[in-house]
Design a protein around this ligand. Structure first.
Ligand code: 9MJ
Length: 677
């Protein structure tokens, strides 16, 4: 007989661990550290090892079994898991709402609005509060028994958080792999020679269909519930949104972005909002789902052949499409990198027409074996450059020739180089290659560099082609009549450009450093260099060792910086630029600056009116704050500008204080900080 105090301690540890899992996965408000959780977990593990008779299958320690499965048993769904009908634009959505209104006789229908999670649909059966079976959706009628794998997903409770569980409750939802987990998993898999996954959805599906649950346990899967199937001994609910709230109290995670909206306008706004924050989420969504919120109305509307009449998925425009490769060209980048680009027959992807897609580098073209004439799948997601995903080999025309990397630069005819061990082919000509020179100038004038408004790409190309710009300092020698003589350039625009050029002479050291276009020196590194060395001269004279003292500067970046400043041509250009009157205020020694924000983690979201985000970041850092990109329990404050999205929602959910731009301006005023950078 086990001592009752031990029995009690074991039960107490299980309850505590479950309560912390609930706080973490459902409320997203953990109150203990991971280390503290691990300590409690190990104590439970130790007691269970000592008293094996106390082990129960729903103990938090019992998620992973030790036997691989032979195969997956089939599961018949008692209530079929139907798929959803789709609409693809706002007109179709309006028509769908009209039909619902006609069928129900209502003027305005209330809907539950939910992100459409792009994972794998599963059914979880809880009997008397215990998770007894988990199954995939399969064809909707028959799925596969994946209980052993699903038990390893920590977001899914093994027992419901209630003393009075329903006799039988089937929770339906989506198993997902977060994007961050997907990247990390693929990185690990590449390193260990294991199979990588093409996208988080495949990764989630592959992980659930893994015969060894110990392997599934190592995959970063998570879960959100979105509907109820079998329900016996369940309280009577009037609204779908009430069911979701109830799920949360039971310890079942529900997506935090789910909302109740009114009518077509409510749905339309929700769709637009989701589309705007989609890229910020840590998981893939492929649209939104709307459900009639009133459960009695759902019943009344019933089902069509394949899907419920009370729900609809409004899909985002497809991010992949198929088209044909007309030719493969190479492009010369700012630092001489040669990028093969597929010229395509125009095709709409992600809502826009594309005619080019990157092929990244020589190895990528070879790996994907993309040839002129091929039919290819192209992808355009968010703001990223469209890329060729793969070739539809069945459609390859006979005689299609493999791609050959050219031997010479298409712009300056220099012999191309590809250093041993590197993936990138380069034109070694530097700024004497017109392509690189033009790119360097575009970078020089860009917003985060010298910020010369009106001196755009087309104009730079014209000026270089006309022989008016031979080095960046020539920008400061341009005359009104030279500009006004160019195509599509009147007197007035010429004056505007000249005024912007003049204005850009007053800049900051970080901007100037960034504008120089030193390899691997982005905005952040330029800032760090300036803060560390305080003057251009000290940076120019810094040794390799000294350069490596700067945050984020390793041996490779240090080499690039060191050599850049020792190149006589670069030295002349810098001298010339300074002679043209480019100047910046001295960098104050901030050793004595008060640090009122020391120890604060601050997140910026939305757009600020009075300064750029990078300026705000630098100003906050100068007052001691750490500026981070995502809102968590460790965030002390969120500064929300206009059109703030999911980060604001998250801050509100976590109860993190939210302040506006005026708060920041007042603070900077108080401490005499002027936004720079
Ligand atoms: C997804 N995939 O996110 C449903 N779904 O409801 C949401 N799927 C669904 N709901 C009933 N949020 C059938 C499918």
């Amino acid at each position: 007989m086990v001592d009752p105090t031990i029995r009690q301690r074991v039960e107490e540890l299980r309850n505590t661990l479950n309560e912390h899992a609930y706080r973490y996965y459902v409320l997203d408000e953990p109150v203990i550290s991971d280390a503290e959780y691990d300590r409690l977990y190990r104590e439970l593990e130790q007691l269970e090892k000592q008293y094996p008779e106390l082990i129960s299958p729903d103990s938090p320690t019992q998620r992973v079994g030790d036997q691989p499965l032979e195969g997956f048993k089939q599961v018949q769904h008692e209530i079929p898991m139907l798929s959803l009908g789709n609409v693809f634009d706002e007109d179709e959505l309006r028509a769908w709402d009209k039909r619902v209104r006609d069928l129900t006789g209502l003027d305005v229908v209330e809907y539950s609005a939910e992100p459409k999670l792009d994972g794998l649909a599963v059914s979880l059966l809880y009997e008397n509060g215990r998770l007894t079976r988990a199954a995939t959706r399969g064809d909707g009628r028959t799925g596969e028994d994946v209980t052993a794998n699903v038990r390893t997903i920590k977001a899914i409770p093994l027992r419901l958080r209630t003393d009075n569980p329903p006799a039988r409750l089937e929770v339906r939802g989506e198993v997902l792999m977060p994007r961050s987990g997907f990247e990390a998993y693929n990185a690990w898999a590449r390193e260990h020679g294991e199979k990588t996954f093409a996208n988080p959805r495949n990764a989630a599906a592959g992980s659930l269909r893994q015969l060894d649950p110990r392997k599934t346990a190592g995959r970063p899967l998570t879960f959100f519930a979105y509907s109820m199937g079998v329900a016996e001994g369940v309280p009577p609910f009037k609204k779908h949104s009430d069911v979701l709230e109830w799920f949360k109290t039971l310890g079942i995670p529900v997506n935090p972005l789910d909302k109740v909206v009114q009518g077509y306008e409510g749905m339309r706004d929700y769709y637009r909002w989701m589309q705007s924050i989609r890229d910020e989420l840590d998981y893939d969504i492929d649209g939104v789902v709307f459900k009639v919120n009133d459960l009695a109305l759902q019943e009344k509307l019933g089902f069509a052949t394949k899907s419920p009449r009370w729900a609809i998925a409004h899909k985002f425009p497809a991010e992949e499409a198929t088209t044909r490769v007309r030719s493969i060209d190479v492009q010369v980048g700012r630092t001489g990198s040669i990028t093969p680009v597929a010229r395509l027959e125009p095709v709409t992807v992600g809502g826009v027409t594309i005619t080019n897609a990157t092929l990244h580098n020589e190895d990528e073209v070879r790996r994907k074996d993309v040839r002129v004439g091929d039919t290819v799948v192209v992808r355009r997601a968010g703001d990223v450059i469209p890329e060729v995903v793969r070739v539809v080999k069945e459609k390859r025309p006979p005689n299609a020739q493999p791609f050959q990397m050219p031997q010479r630069c298409p712009v300056c005819d220099s012999v191309l180089e590809r250093p041993e061990g590197e993936a990138v082919t380069r034109c070694p000509a530097g700024l004497s290659c017109d392509a690189q020179f033009k790119e360097a100038l575009k970078h020089f004038v860009s917003r985060k560099a010298m910020d010369i408004e009106g001196l755009g790409e087309k104009l730079i190309e014209q000026l270089v082609d006309a022989g008016l710009l031979k080095n960046p300092a020539d920008i400061y020698r341009l005359r009104q009549e030279q500009l006004a003589g160019l195509e599509r350039m009147g007197q007035k625009s010429a004056d505007n450009v000249l005024r912007a050029i003049e204005k850009s002479k007053r800049t900051t050291l970080p901007r100037f450093l960034y504008a120089l276009g030193i390899r691997e020196v982005g905005e952040a590194t330029a800032n760090n260099l300036a803060q560390h060395f305080k003057s251009l001269e000290t940076i120019q004279n810094a040794s390799l060792e000294e350069l490596q003292q700067v945050p984020d500067v390793g041996p490779v970046v240090a080499e690039h910086i060191y050599h850049f400043f020792r190149n006589p041509k670069n030295q002349r250009v810098i001298e010339d630029l300074l002679a043209q009157g480019i100047h910046w205020p001295e960098i104050p020694d901030d050793a004595h600056r008060p640090q009122p924000l020391a120890g604060e983690n601050i997140v910026l979201t939305g757009s600020l009116q009075s300064m750029s985000r990078s300026q705000a970041k630098a100003a906050l850092q100068s007052l001691g704050a750490k500026v981070t990109s995502s809102v968590s329990k460790n965030t002390q404050r969120v500064i929300a500008g206009e059109k703030a999205g999911s980060k604001l929602v998250r801050a509100e959910e976590l109860g993190v204080p939210v302040v506006d731009e005026n708060w920041l301006l007042d603070l900077l005023d108080q401490y005499g900080v002027t936004p720079e950078g």
